[in-house]
Structures are given as structure tokens and as C-alpha cells.
Design a protein around this ligand. Structure first.
Ligand code: FAD
Length: 416
């Protein structure tokens, strides 16, 4: 960890997160990976008892008035337990509660945020549909106004924590006019588990098992108007702020999930011998370890720079780019760290004698969920071109293009 990035308070909370990590029984990790535990309620209850869930929210709602830098330090530590621990830790406390704290009412915060942060209630976030996840605004789940509320119908897919959730944060189309673009037609709701809400299918996953990822079906579910988060047809505002915890939180926890792979591989390569010497004496091995250390530190640097930008209240468009860049760079770096770890350990790295194979399986999810890395590139490209145009228009700058010997070559600058 780059300790100088944290102040004393953040270090203290990180130490508390490490104590939680030490508390988790090994059997829980193994049972989750075998799908023998389908949702680790005891873990979230313990995290709640220790006041580690949602530490950046106001104390009034159960948080600790801390910042994003501290949140990232906590997410990194929780990630070391295994990616799915951080997924379930993050989905309820860091995603669902973020939407309610930022866009909800005091009544919603008291009813849904405070008990969740205490570890007494559990929640899941429902964006993805069987129809697709990347095209979020194409949502086809509907919620039509009906008297004092809405009637919700549709399905959501791959929902982490569906199995254990007491309530769901779900997005649905509320404007029935097909000509209205999704950006102006969706509403965000809190949906209590109750009549009409079922988890119809639990997925058999390659990794990240034990988090209760399921398909949630809503059939004629009555939602009171008081459960609208933000405004009717105004889900885009919620979606835009949710990008921060989704992408920055994912990035921070991914570092944690990859870190044990590097630590285990570092130890192994000093003990294992080949050709009469420890294998870390071979550059082919030690350079992979060095590469991993570089990738992990670069990932950390990016996470904490972005966290500081969010804490400082930087321009929302800049933050949109930064969190998307961070999610892509960090998840890809960490996947490589895990693959290097497996490679330098040879055959034994591919077995369950060491946890590397589980980490490799788990980290496959990192570049897919909370928006695929291709979607991250799409956002970065959009924001980058937009910023370039704005910068050109606003600030006087040196014309770098003219700094070429033949910059004015006649007839050579052909663009179409
Ligand atoms: C284990 C697991 C847990 C998950 N947890 C949750 C959860 O809790 N809540 C939730 O709402 N969702 C969750 N998801 C869903 C996840 O966010 C989606 O799977 C993801 O957003 C991609 O959506 P999709 O699977 O429908 O793929 P698609 O959207 O069908 O995409 C398929 C491929 O096409 C690419 N693609 C699509 N559009 C473009 C484009 N415009 N440009 C370039 N490439 C493109 C994608 O990058 C991808 O490679 C989870 C998924 C998994 C596997």
C-alpha cells in the first residue's frame, strides 16, 4: 500500500477493515467458493457491527462522515478476502445506499440506509436485464402509474445479492411513449421483497461464487410513490452519480483481490528451486513479479488520484472520464497480476493447493460488471474528444502541429 496517500484517520479505518478481514473464517471463503453458502449474511452483519459499511455517508444515517480516499482503502482491504466479499459489501452499502443518500428522502434514508449500514438489512442493485446490460437506457422493465403508486413488471439478470436482499434498487421505464428516449423515460425505485418479487434463477458462476447472483422477476409489483428515488423519469441523475461508486469502488476492491496473488507468488518464488537455485533468481520469473508490483502500484496511484478528485468535487465530466479510466486500467492490470502469479508458480499455481486459481477465476468478473471495459473505453473516448474541443476553444496554447519541419508542405495535409 502507498501509505503516504492516507491520513491518520484513514489508516485507522483501514486497520479496522484489516481486523474484519482477520475475523472471516477460512471455512466461509471455501464454502462460498463451493456455493455451499449462497449469501454471506454473517459477514455483512459483522461488517455492520463494526461500522465499516458506507463509512463516507453522514453519521446521521449510520456512516462516519469520511471520504472517498478512506472508502477506497476499506474496499481494497475487503477485496483481499476474495472478490465476492467486496461485491456483496459494495453492492448494498456503497451502491444502493449511495443512490438513496444522494437522491432519496429522509424517510427513505431512515428506513433503508440506516438498517443496511448496521448490517440488519440487505439490498441488491438491478440494472442489467436479460435483454442486455451495456445498453442501460434501453431498459424494458416497466413501472406504470396506478393510483397511489406504480405497477412494476420485468426481469433483471445477474443481480449480486439477489438471494439475500430485503429490498432492491431497480430502474424501470415509466414513460410509456416509445418515442421518448430512455434518458428521459426511466425512474429509479426502491422495491421491497414481497408479493410479485421472485428470484427465479441462481447462476452457476466461474468465480465470485456465494454472492447469491440471480435473475429477479417483478410481476405486477405495487410500488408506493414514496419509493421513487429522485424524480419520476429522472433516473439519469441517479445513474450518473452511481457511476462513481460503481467504477471507483470496483477499482479499489479489485486491487485488494489481486494483492494476495502477488504476495503468495512472491513468497513462493523465493522458496521454490529449479536448476539448483531459487526461481526468483531467473529474470523470467522476477521480472514478472516486478511487472506485477508496477501494475499494482500504478493501479493504486490511479485509484487514489481519482478518489481525491471526487473528494475535491472536480468537474462531473472530468470525474466521469477519470472513474471510467480507473475502472478499466485497474481491472486489466489486476487481471495480469493474477495471471503472472499463476505463471511463475508453474503447475501448482493451477491447482487449489494455492488460492491463485480462485483469484484468476474471480477476477474475470472485474472487466465485465459495473459496465464492461469496452463501455469504459466508449465513455473515455467521448469525454476525451469533448474535453479536447473545449480546451482548444477556451485556452490559448502552443500549436504543436506546427512544430514539424514540413508542417506547411503544400498539398500533403489531406483529411478526406
Ligand atoms: C457475476 C455477475 C454479477 C453481476 N452483478 C450485477 C448486479 O449486481 N447488478 C446489475 O445490474 N448487473 C450485474 N451484472 C451485469 C453486468 O453489469 C453486465 O453483464 C454487463 O454490464 C454487460 O452486460 P451484458 O452481459 O448484457 O452484455 P452485453 O451488453 O450484451 O455486451 C456483450 C458484449 O458486447 C460489448 N458491447 C456492448 N455494447 C457495446 C458498445 N456500444 N461498444 C463496444 N462494445 C459493446 C460488451 O462490452 C460485451 O463485451 C453482473 C454480471 C455478472 C456476470
Amino acid at each position: 500500500m502507498l501509505d503516504h496517500l492516507l491520513d491518520d484517520k484513514a489508516k485507522q479505518i483501514r486497520e479496522e477493515a484489516r481486523e474484519l478481514v482477520r475475523w472471516v473464517p477460512r471455512d466461509m471463503i471455501l464454502a462460498m467458493d463451493k456455493d455451499e453458502i449462497q449469501f454471506p449474511k454473517e459477514f455483512l452483519q459483522e461488517a455492520g457491527r463494526r461500522n465499516l459499511l458506507g463509512c463516507r455517508y453522514p453519521r446521521k444515517w449510520g456512516g462516519r462522515d469520511l471520504d472517498w480516499v478512506t472508502t477506497c482503502a476499506v474496499m481494497e482491504e475487503v477485496g483481499t478476502l476474495g472478490y465476492i466479499f467486496a461485491c456483496v459489501f459494495g453492492v448494498g452499502a456503497e451502491l444502493v445506499c449511495d443512490a438513496i443518500v444522494q437522491h432519496g428522502t429522509d424517510a427513505q434514508r431512515a428506513k433503508y440506509v440506516t438498517p443496511l449500514l448496521r448490517g440488519e438489512k440487505f439490498a441488491a442493485e438491478c440494472l442489467t436485464e436479460p435483454r442486455g446490460g451495456s445498453d442501460f437506457f434501453g431498459t424494458t422493465t416497466t413501472a406504470l402509474e396506478d393510483g397511489d403508486g406504480f405497477v412494476l413488471n420485468g426481469q433483471k439478470r445477474f443481480i449480486v445479492g439477489a438471494e439475500g436482499a430485503d429490498y432492491f434498487l431497480a430502474y424501470a421505464r415509466t414513460d410509456p411513449n416509445p418515442d421518448t428516449p430512455g434518458e428521459k423515460a426511466l425512474t429509479c425505485f426502491i422495491v421491497d421483497r414481497g408479493p410479485g418479487v421472485t428470484v427465479d434463477y441462481l447462476y452457476g458462476l466461474m468465480g465470485c461464487r456465494g454472492g447469491g447472483a440471480g435473475r429477479v422477476v417483478f410481476k405486477d409489483v405495487h410500488i408506493p410513490k414514496g419509493n421513487v428515488v429522485g424524480t419520476v423519469n429522472g433516473a439519469i441523475a441517479v445513474f450518473n452519480t452511481m457511476m462513481i461508486p460503481e467504477r471507483l469502488g470496483t477499482a479499489a476492491m479489485t486491487i485488494g483481490a489481486a494483492r494476495p496473488a502477488l504476495e503468495v507468488a512472491t513468497d513462493y518464488t523465493q522458496k521454490r528451486k529449479a536448476f539448483g537455485q531459487p526461481i526468483n533468481r531467473f529474470q523470467g520469473v522476477s521480472f514478472q513479479i516486478a511487472e506485477s508490483a508496477i501494475q499494482l502500484d500504478a493501479a493504486r496511484a490511479m485509484v487514489y488520484v481519482t478518489a481525491r478528485a471526487v473528494d475535491a468535487g472536480a468537474d462531473p465530466a472530468r470525474i466521469r472520464r477519470l472513474v471510467s479510466e480507473t475502472k478499466k486500467l485497474v481491472t486489466e492490470n489486476c487481471q495480469q497480476v493474477a495471471r503472472h502469479a499463476m505463471q511463475v508458480m508453474g503447475g501448482i499455481g493451477y491447482t487449489n493447493v494455492f488460492p491463485i486459481e480462485r483469484i484468476v477465476r474471480d477476477l474475470g468478473l472485474a472487466s465485465i460488471w459495473t459496465g464492461t471495459n469496452e463501455v469504459m473505453s466508449m465513455i473515455v473516448a467521448h469525454e476525451w474528444y469533448r474535453e479536447r474541443a473545449l480546451n482548444k476553444a477556451s485556452a490559448p496554447h502552443r500549436d504543436f502541429e506546427a512544430d514539424a519541419a514540413e508542417a506547411s508542405a503544400p498539398g500533403e495535409k489531406i483529411f478526406s
